[in-house]
Structures are given as C-alpha cells and as structure tokens.
Design a binder for this molecule. Sequence first.
Ligand code: ATP
Length: 361
Amino acid sequence: MSFLTLADVSKSFGNLHAVADLNLSVEKGEFVSLLGPSGCGKTTTLQMIAGFVQASTGRIVLDGRDITDMKPNQRGLGIVFQSYALFPHMTVAQNVRFGLDMRRVGKAESETRVREALSLVRLDALADRFPRELSGGQRQRVAIARAIVIAPPVLLLDEPMSNLDAKLREEMQFELRAIQRRVGTTTIMVTHDQSEALSISDRVVVMEAGRITQVDTPYRAYERPENRFVSEFIGKANLFSGTVVAHDDANLHVTIGADRIEVGRPLHPHGESVAIGDAVTVCIRPEKVRLDVSGNGRVSATVTSRFFLGSQWLYRVDCRLGEVLVCCQNEGDEPIAEGETVGIDWKREAVRLVGRDVHHA
Ligand code: ATP
C-alpha cells in the first residue's frame, strides 16, 4: 500500500465532472506535481486531499487511514496557498508558530521548532518582521515554514510560485526542492508550469479535462509521452499525422504525405497493436531535428523565423512535411538567416508514436 492513495476519486459540481475516476498512489517522501491546463481539475484534486472539497465518490487513504470523510484539521496536512495567506498582524515567527499554538504545543518546544523551521527556509534573521516588510520570495518561505513546522505527513502546495517573478521563481524552485529533500516530507504541488513541474518533481501527473493522461518521471513524460496531449503539453513537439504502411520487428514505417518515416522501437505503449492502414501521429522533438546549413539532409526546408533563447536558437522552417520547429545549441556561430535554404534530418530513435486514431485510415 502506498503512503497516499486516491482510489476512483471523482468530484462533480452540478453537471460538471471536474475530476473523474482519478487513481493515484504517492510514496512516502515523494515530490509529485499535478500538471495540466487551466480548469483540468488540479486544484480540485488538491482540495480533496486537503479536505476543503468533499469527494463525490472514491476513497482517499493516508498511511493506512481512510481520511475521505475527515475534516481538514483532522487530516493535519501542511498547505501553502497561492496567496500564502499569511496573517498580516503577526510577525514572521508568530505566523510560523500559529499551527503549533493551535495544537497546544508547549512554549519551549514550539520556540525550538519555529527556530528550526525558520532556519530551514533561511529566514532566521527576519523572525520579527511583519509580512508587509518582506519580499515575495521571503513571504513564500514563511508560508512554507508555517506549513512544515507542524511536521505534516503531506505538504500540499497550490501554485506556490505563481506570484514570483521569473528569476525568483527559478531560485525558489531549487530551494523548495532542497527543503523538501532535507525534511523528506511527501509533497504534492499543483502547477500549470510544465518546466517547473519537470525540474523539481520525482513524478508528474499530467491531467486533462478531469482525468489523468500520464503519470511518470519528468524524463519519461518528456521522452516517452503516451499521447498527443502529453507530447504537446510537456515541451515543444513537431507532430505529424500519417498512415502505417509496414510493421516489422525492427521498425514501424509511417507515410506522411510522400515521405516515409521509420519509428524506432520501443514503440508507444499501445504501439504494438497498430496495424497496417492505421492512422497515427508521430512526434519529433525540436532538439532532435538536425539542421544542415549546406542544404543536405532528408528534407529540404526554408527558414521562416528564428528566436534567440540564449543557450539555443529556435528555428521555424517550412518544408513539404509542413512547419517544423528546430532547436540548435548556440555554439557561438552566426545564426542562420531567415529565408535561407537548409536540410533537416533526424535519427530513427528520435521519432515517437504518440497517437493512434481509433478508426482505420
Ligand atoms: P487552474 O489552473 O485554472 O487553477 P485547475 O486545473 O486547478 O485550474 P480546478 O480549479 O480544479 O482546475 O477546476 C476544475 C473545474 O471545476 C473547472 O471547470 C472549474 O470551473 C470547476 N470548479 C472548480 N471549483 C468549482 C466550484 N466550487 N463550483 C463549481 N465549479 C467549480
């Protein structure tokens, strides 16, 4: 049995199925992110774990205890909201101590625990300040300290970085992960930011319209997306619709217009069942496309636009397969000009089968 289990959990608001038949197991000490577009049910799922929203059906089991019908305070989970919800009239130390006072923890112990929590988030020096006297990142750290000081079995974070600017956000991502590693608290974070989820989670739960579409390590979700939605939501993807024309032990052959593309094994989880004549979608990541300035390569293409990303160049090229995104390392060379003719190519292993239409083509 996992540390936290959601079994067939659903939530409906009237006719709207915000979360449908969700099954998820989280291990002790894991950092799991719920990731997906706006309205896909991430917050509702988190709120059901917290107990602020009652599940319509299903069970939630924490460390062997069924908590489905418990009130939020009985569950004793640590929660960090998007707004941080700090008490403005209390100092940093008082904010952090609040949960301990509610639990009637003795003065001496609570002072030690507050000191430890503040030291963990590196706010020892600011214990006597009020929230209004802090920066966004410092406020967020107070909210984290306040949540972890009660030593909760699970820490729930709802878009904890969304109020921070890009630079601070990145810093806090590293910091949050480091704090979580040190304390070892099982953590579930809601985010719609895929790069945030990929960089700090042990596993990502990708959701679409109230359902889970893939649960995997960040690396596998990116490298082996199980469907078209995940391939597009996590990272950039060149997607091509084609038809299976041959299927042998070594490869799957797919025609895309007049081109024949080989899809390397292992195939998509449902890939073994594809048959000749099936309509499928294949994905090639932009950084897996090789770009040849002398025009050699599998397909001839014209550069239509380019974007400088610092460490990389992102090119948009036009070719008989349609528009293709190509990501190249910035090696310090002159970038390729818009309008130039290039060749593009890729390795067979770079091609992933990410979708299969139910109807035969
Ligand atoms: P976001 O990233 O925008 O916060 P989300 O993935 O967290 O989105 P939820 O807040 O879980 O999505 O909402 C899922 C669906 O349920 C949405 O269609 C939302 O409008 C609906 N919903 C959420 N809470 C309620 C409520 N209390 N009453 C009615 N509908 C609700």
